[in-house]
Design a protein around this ligand. Structure first.
Ligand SMILES: CC(C)(COP(=O)(O)OP(=O)(O)OC[C@H]1O[C@@H](n2cnc3c(N)ncnc32)[C@H](O)[C@@H]1OP(=O)(O)O)[C@@H](O)C(=O)NCCC(=O)NCCS
Length: 177
């Protein structure tokens, strides 16, 4: 993990059309950097397609001052799924929002961007008046699991599933106050 400390400032906002490609590339890079050989080329292409997710859900990006200039580089990306009507909804029930494809550029990890993106999704869930935020992760995404737990998410094993046997998905749920 980088020893550089947290970024002094992280800006979270909706992705702009001319940023789709860069945001998609960072999501693929973050998933590729995970331990093991889990990323198929089909799934990499899906991860890269931020344009589609931005039109069918809400894509948020994190900007930080990697190069010394204030908040000018996209270093993180997440897809917020407002409700179960979105094609990106993964086992959402009525009243729930979802998180998909959270990622921070490998060279910017460990500096607070992942947490800022999750907190932005929690805030959006509250704005929409939803009852809970649900997501799925994998056993090899251990940093993400710790992050979700420390943000208040709880394991929800009854909602685990596996799109294919080699990809077990672990459900985490945050009940909104
Ligand atoms: C999960 C991920 C988005 C977290 O982003 P991040 O910017 O590194 O997260 P943060 O800096 O906000 O750190 C969150 C917590 O994880 C810890 N952490 C971050 N990177 C770490 C590392 N490499 N090793 C150990 N702990 C780490 C931080 O210390 C922090 O914990 P703390 O607040 O208790 O100190 C990022 O690691 C990533 O892109 N992973 C690959 C893709 C992935 O697994 N996505 C999840 C999809 S469900």
């Amino acid at each position: 993990m980088p020893a550089a400390g947290s970024f002094p400032a992280v800006e979270i906002r909706r992705v702009l059309p001319d940023e789709h490609e860069r945001a998609g590339a960072l999501v693929v890079a973050a998933y590729r950097a995970l331990p093991g050989e889990h990323l198929t080329e089909d799934y990499a292409a899906e991860l890269a397609d931020v344009a589609r997710r931005a039109s069918e859900a809400e894509v948020l990006v994190a900007l930080a001052d990697v190069a010394g200039a204030p908040c000018d580089e996209i270093v993180g990306c997440v897809t917020f799924v407002p409700d179960r009507s979105s094609p990106w909804a993964e086992l959402l029930e009525d009243g729930e929002s979802g998180i998909r494809m959270l990622a921070v550029r490998p060279d910017a990890q460990g500096r607070g961007c992942g947490r800022a993106l999750v907190e932005a999704c929690v805030a959006r869930t509250g704005e929409l008046g939803r009852s809970a935020l649900l997501l799925h992760t994998t056993p090899w995404m251990t940093v993400a699991q710790r992050l979700y737990s420390s943000c208040g998410f709880e394991r929800s094993p009854e909602r685990d599933w596996a799109p294919v046997p080699e990809v077990p998905l672990l459900a985490y749920r945050l009940a909104m106050p």
